[in-house]
Design a binder for this molecule. Structure first.
Ligand code: ADP
Ligand code: MG
Length: 406
């Protein structure tokens, strides 16, 4: 007997038949003697449909209104799921983020969970019910609805599991677990039985959307046993867990790619102190996340170039800011390229193996993929490349690092 949090993603609850199928799984888990909390996403396609509506009305909808709009998708699924579970003979009750006390900061559309006051969940469980929580949402200090960003229902589930010290958090999705690369891009990608929190964190933040990055952070911090598995069959899935000695033996565990990237370059920036600070302060003030930064050393005319990447959706805004700053600083100009992608290789074993970066660059160059920017950490290497080469790059890296057969 344990407490299990089960999260079901959009494809897993795409229509009422899927909702009924998922309800059966939750009920079966309860009938094995467990307490079960279900967290649901919006039905597949709903979030995109709502976003489309908003853009039919305005080019720049207020983020507060977007949160109000998008959070309704999860609310629909939670009510339908509670009905489906009740129909199978176990009492169920749906809850919004607000009703289960999920407090977040005020960054609309990408809010961070600050606390959970889950007493209503505990009461429902004590009454023998299966609570169903609308994922992806919380409220801020003004009781306004906030959302946690794409994939945020994963974080709702893990945060609830952490708050209630659940025995497991199961993320049900449309693939059988975490693969060495996106299985939709690399057909022979291999499903991993286990992956460390740190590797998963890198994979998620570098573009493997199978888990929301914040959910992995929570899982690591509170030691939540996290399992990713399919809602369409009974395969065991992937366990995301603490690193162990065996994992160190594998140099490259997996790779990720992210097409949601834009590169901005300030050309001919005067080479004097304080310039980089001025640029990135202005960008930071607009809450735009800068990912990679490269500044060349000026060789000839005491002017240099500064390039950085942001997510594609922030591209236009960041470009505007860069243009403003650039005029004040007297640079030669600014350009933006949003036909770029980032490919990354990840593995805790890189810490103890040399030459991995060189190998990666060699593989890419032999495949005719030009590298525009590079960034590294102890357990990952990322390259910015042309967007149209992203799939090729992922495939050839996957093959050359022998990921299919490890
Ligand atoms: P859900 O709606 O269930 O949350 P997502 O679409 O958010 O599902 O995440 C699952 C998808 O993540 C898969 O369909 C797959 O295409 C993609 N994906 C990307 N990288 C990976 C990876 N390394 N392992 C598994 N799936 C991945
Ligand atoms: Mg997801």
């Amino acid at each position: 007997m344990g407490l299990i949090v089960q999260k079901y993603g959009g494809t897993s609850v795409a229509d009422t038949d899927r909702i009924k199928a998922v309800a059966e799984r939750a009920v079966a888990t309860a009938n094995e003697g467990n307490q079960v909390i279900v967290v649901v996403s919006a039905m597949a396609g709903e979030t995109d449909k709502f976003t489309q509506y908003a853009h039919e009305i305005t080019e720049s909808p207020k983020e507060r209104e977007m949160d109000m709009l998008l959070s309704s998708g999860e609310r629909v699924t939670s009510a339908l799921m509670a009905m489906a579970i009740t129909e199978l003979g176990i009492e169920s009750m749906s809850f919004t983020g607000r009703q289960v006390g999920i407090k977040t900061d005020s960054s609309h559309t990408r809010a961070m969970i600050e606390s959970i006051e889950a007493s209503r969940l505990t009461i429902a469980l004590d009454e023998g019910k299966i609570p169903v929580v609308a994922g992806f949402q919380g409220i801020n200090e003004f009781s306004d609805v906030t959302t946690l960003g794409r994939g945020g229902s994963d974080t709702t589930a893990v945060a609830i599991a952490a708050a209630l010290e659940a025995d497991a958090c199961e993320i049900y999705t449309d693939v059988e677990g975490v693969y060495t690369a996106d299985p939709r891009v690399v057909p022979d990608a291999r499903k991993m039985d286990r992956v460390s929190y740190d590797e998963m964190l890198e994979m998620a933040s570098l573009g493997a959307k199978v888990l929301h990055g914040r959910s992995v952070e929570f899982a690591k911090k509170y030691n939540v046993p996290l399992v990713v598995r399919s809602s369409f069959n009974n395969m065991p899935g992937t366990l995301v867990t603490k690193e162990d000695g065996l994992m160190e033996n594998i140099v490259v565990t997996g790779l990720a790619h992210d097409k949601n990237q834009a590169r901005i370059t300030l050309i001919g920036v005067p080479d004097k102190p304080g310039i980089a600070a001025a640029v990135f302060k202005a960008i930071g003030e607009e809450n735009i996340n800068v990912d990679m930064i490269v500044q060349n050393i000026s060789v000839q005319d005491s002017a240099t170039d500064i390039s950085f990447t942001v997510s594609k959706s922030d591209g236009k805004k960041a470009f505007g800011i860069a243009q403003n700053v650039s005029e004040k600083l007297g640079t030669k100009g600014v350009n933006m390229n949003d036909d770029v992608a980032k490919v990354s290789i990840i593995g805790v074993g890189m810490q103890s193996h040399f030459g991995v970066a060189a190998q990666m660059f060699d593989i890419l160059s032999k495949a005719g993929v030009n590298i525009m920017m590079i960034s590294t950490s102890e357990i990952k290497i990322s390259c910015v490349i042309e967007e149209s080469k992203a799939e090729t790059a992922v495939k050839v890296l996957h093959k050359s690092f022998n990921l299919a057969s490890v």
